[in-house]
Every structure is written in structure tokens, then in C-alpha cells.
Design a protein around this ligand. Structure first.
Ligand code: ARG
Length: 262
């Protein structure tokens, strides 16, 4: 009789103890990851209203490999860098080109994708085959503000740069003849060109990729341990073909290339 009670007591203690353990559960750090959902097919909201795309698949694979829990938050382009620096979130993945100037303020992972800028020009503007010519005729060219496309355009004196908060707005404006041409990351330019009938009918490409740029995941400079973990996971996923598989799934084609790990 007494033994029975002791047994019950021990079982109860175990039960309560295991509950307690359950609550602390995973030892994994929980990271807040920001992503701009206006960059199809890299990141966007799908029909169910969930974040989807190449970079969403990639960051999920990285998180799984590195063993951290995470939360994805949708943040517009203009808020990404400030937010990571002021610790609103820990990581950003949003087709962000690794630039020396940006490295002064933030850290980057190793590159996960090689891309570049591409230009769409209105067909009714004749004899234009390059940016020099667009500058000569003093064309109005659209780009998303503070992107490599915008910096690229600044090199051409004569071009009137029209800036947009969202890349999609620049192409809509092009379709409505609000500008003469648009510069953007090659993957997006190609996506809109194929998807939008007016664009495919009324514009043409000036070469599929005019520059070579590398995308990296952004984090705070002091997060050295996190950077190491992310770089190690990216190296694995680049080497074992996972990144290439995701590239194939989203049909990035010739517009972006999966690099070899450094
Ligand atoms: N790759 C370009 C840059 O880093 C454009 C990035 C724009 N990304 C975005 N999610 N809107 O400047």
C-alpha cells in the first residue's frame, strides 16, 4: 500500500519535472528575419497570404541547417538596413547586393547568388542600344531608390533618374509611358517583362545582365558567431546542390547564377 503511494509520488514528480523541461524546450536561438515581399519571384506574398519565393525557401533551408528558430517579418525596402542596425530584426534577406559602402555599416554573409542589372527600354524609342545613348537623348529612366540600379544610373550624365519606393511601380510607369526605360535587378526585370503583356509588347531588353553583383544575407557587424553559422550553412547548401535546386524551382534561368562557395 505504502509502496504504491511512493510509486505514484515518484511518477507525479517525474511528470511535473518533464512538463517543466518541455516549457524551456528548444535551446535554439530565435531570430527575427526581415524580408521585403515586393520582389517576385525572390520574395512575395502568395495566394494564401504567406511569404513565398526563392529567398524564403533559401532562408528556411539555412535556418534548418544552422538549427535556429525564426520568425519572418515583411518589411519594405526602405526600412531594411535601419531595422537590422537598430536591432528590430537580426537578419535581412532581400536580394541585397554586397557593396563595400554597405559593409561599413553592416555585415554580409558569403554570396548566395550572382545577379546584375538589366534595362528595359520602350520600343518606340529607336536606335537605343546602350546607356550612353539613353544619356545622349536625355531619357527619363526609372529605378528603385537606393539600389544598385539607381547607383548604376548615376554614372550616366544626361539621364534623368526617376526613383520609386517599389520596383514594381517603376515598371508599371514604364508600361504607362511615364518613363522611357527602367533599370532593375535582372531577375525582376525578366519576371515583369514576361508576365506583363504590355511590357513584352512595347519594350525590349538592352542585354540580359549588364553588371555582375553578388547577393548576401545582411546582419549586424557585431554578430560574428551568427555570421559564422550562416556562412557554414550557406557553404553546405551551395556545395550540396540545395541552392541550385531552389534556383531551378523558381526558374531564375540565366538571370541569376549560383556561385561556388568561397
Ligand atoms: N540588388 C539591389 C541592391 O542591393 C536591389 C535590391 C532591392 N531589393 C528589394 N528587396 N527591393 O541594391
Amino acid at each position: 500500500m505504502f509502496k504504491k503511494y511512493i510509486l505514484k509520488f515518484i511518477l507525479a514528480v517525474f511528470f511535473i519535472f518533464s512538463l517543466g523541461c518541455g516549457q524551456g524546450e528548444s535551446q535554439n536561438p530565435r531570430l527575427v528575419i526581415a524580408i521585403d515581399a515586393t520582389f517576385i519571384p525572390m520574395s512575395f506574398l502568395n495566394d494564401r497570404g504567406e511569404l513565398d519565393g526563392f529567398e524564403v525557401d533559401l532562408i528556411k533551408a539555412v535556418a534548418k541547417n544552422a538549427g535556429f528558430d525564426y520568425e519572418l517579418v515583411n518589411v519594405e525596402w526602405g526600412g531594411l538596413f535601419g531595422g537590422v542596425i537598430t536591432k528590430k530584426f537580426d537578419l535581412v534577406i532581400s536580394s541585397i547586393t554586397i557593396l563595400e559602402e554597405r559593409k561599413n555599416r553592416m555585415a554580409f554573409s558569403i554570396p548566395y547568388l550572382q545577379s546584375g542589372v538589366a534595362v528595359l527600354v520602350r520600343k518606340d524609342i529607336q536606335d537605343v542600344d546602350d546607356l550612353e545613348k539613353l544619356a545622349e537623348i536625355k531619357a527619363t529612366v526609372g529605378a528603385q531608390i537606393n539600389t544598385t540600379s539607381y547607383y548604376f544610373l548615376q554614372k550616366y550624365e544626361g539621364i534623368k533618374i526617376k526613383t520609386y519606393e517599389k520596383f514594381g511601380h517603376a515598371v508599371i510607369d514604364l508600361a504607362n509611358e511615364g518613363n522611357d526605360a527602367v533599370v532593375g535587378d535582372s531577375v525582376q526585370v525578366n519576371y515583369y517583362f514576361n508576365k506583363n503583356k504590355e511590357l513584352s509588347q512595347n519594350t525590349r531588353f538592352l542585354g540580359s545582365r549588364l553588371t555582375s553583383e553578388y547577393y548576401g544575407i545582411v546582419l549586424r557587424k557585431e554578430n560574428l558567431e551568427l555570421k559564422q553559422k550562416i556562412d557554414a550553412s550557406l557553404t553546405k547548401l551551395l556545395e550540396n546542390g540545395t541552392v541550385q535546386k531552389i534556383h531551378d524551382k523558381w526558374n531564375l534561368g540565366e538571370f541569376a547564377v549560383v556561385p561556388l562557395p568561397e
